[in-house]
Design a binder for this molecule. Structure first.
Ligand SMILES: Cc1ncc(COP(=O)(O)O)c(C=O)c1O
Length: 366
């Protein structure tokens, strides 16, 4: 190694606190995996044909459609928006990154409720130096402090709605009144919106607002986390500007085709969504009967605070020894909770049994 040289790399990258995704163990069939909000059901069977067609015809030798046109047509018809309002991306993570890169300039502030999806500050830090993050703590009831967010007078506001890790949905009215009261750009990340009350999405509101964009993903309700497809929806003129900075071929041919088949199979989509919502209801009730505080979830996970005297971190570690992976965040208000993804009914039953066993063990110490 020629040690007289040094790597040429930005100081911010060396100092960056990276986003840490939930663990992806080698063989997921040997554990109950409730740690990264994946869907426990397989994707629509209609994706098989979409895949086979491309492989059988040897089409992968060609570059994909650069703008994911067929997928955008399908999305536009399903969501009742215009094709030009949509930018398809490599997971919604890319959508968020493109937005940050396009909106923020050195010295700008960006605000977000804390906690929310913890990747936002990482996208910002890797975009530019000297950005000013303005994390605004959630109120005691875990809702957003809209007044304080507004007072930051930021160039960009970003949050997940429903929020992660809290699972709570902010009403459409409160988000819209915030959007209308600020000058900055607002990113409403709807990664989990399919698990909320129908009609909660702001996707339709983007056309009439210059400062609202919505991100969506195929990773959760469409069971396609392994594919990496997401999209951003906004005012058509704004979205067209973002096309300038995306990679030419940012979404693969198989990805476009599989995502299209999945979105067109709305019956299958509704079916799995409804199953998850029913399991969520049963699981929440069971946790509540064990003394947990579990806010009403609008997502495919619950945020659960164990009964008094029970350490969430110890519970998290105990479950891991039983090969049940959930998520624990050691920071701030989230450190009082564990986040548990909704799996299939049998997985949740085993989880309840193990949680109960842990509580029983702690009893003598209570
Ligand atoms: C709130 C939120 N937004 C975005 C993402 C990223 O999703 P994708 O798989 O589309 O990149 C996640 C992933 O867990 C998330 O929780």
């Amino acid at each position: 190694l020629n040690q007289e040289k040094s790597f040429k790399i930005r100081k911010e990258i060396i100092e960056l606190d990276p986003y840490v995704p939930g663990e992806q163990p080698g063989d997921p069939t040997k554990i109950i995996k409730l740690n990264t909000n994946e869907n426990p059901y397989p994707p629509s069977p209609s994706i098989d044909q979409a895949t086979r067609e491309i492989l059988d015809r040897g089409l992968l030798r060609l570059y994909p459609n650069p703008n994911s046109d067929s997928l955008r047509v399908a999305l536009a018809s399903i969501y009742g928006i215009e094709k030009d309002q949509i930018l398809v991306t490599n997971g919604s993570d890319e959508a968020i990154r493109i937005l940050f890169q396009s909106v923020l300039e050195s010295g700008d502030s960006y605000a977000y409720p804390d906690p929310t999806y913890s990747a936002y500050p990482v996208f910002a830090d890797t975009t530019l130096e000297r950005l000013k993050p303005k994390p605004i703590p959630l109120r005691e009831d875990l809702s957003f402090d809209w007044e304080k967010l507004k007072k930051t007078d930021s160039k960009l506001y970003c949050f997940a709605n429903p929020n992660a890790p809290t699972s709570l949905l902010e009403s459409k009215e409160s988000v819209l009144s915030f959007v209308d009261s600020v000058d900055g750009m607002v990113l409403c990340d709807e990664a989990y919106i399919d698990f909320a009350e129908p009609g909660s999405s702001l996707i339709q509101e983007t056309k009439s607002r210059m400062n609202l964009v919505v991100s969506r993903t195929f990773s959760k309700a469409y069971s396609l986390a392994g594919l990496r497809v997401g999209f951003l929806v906004g005012h058509p003129e704004f979205i067209q500007l973002l096309y300038k900075i995306k990679d030419s071929y940012n979404v693969g041919m198989l990805d476009q085709s599989i995502a299209r088949a999945a979105v067109l199979d709305q019956d299958y989509f509704q079916d799995t969504r409804n199953k998850i919502i029913q399991t969520r209801k049963d699981f929440r009730e069971k946790l509540q009967s064990l003394g947990f505080f579990v806010p009403e979830s609008s997502t495919n996970f619950v945020f659960a605070r164990p009964p008094k005297g029970i350490s969430p971190q110890e519970l998290f570690e105990y479950l891991k020894t039983k090969k049940i992976f959930v998520r624990y965040f050691a920071k701030g208000i989230a450190s009082q909770f564990i986040r548990i993804t909704i799996g299939q009914d049998e997985e949740m039953e085993v989880s309840v049994q193990e949680i109960n066993a842990f509580l029983e063990k702690q009893k003598p110490d209570l």
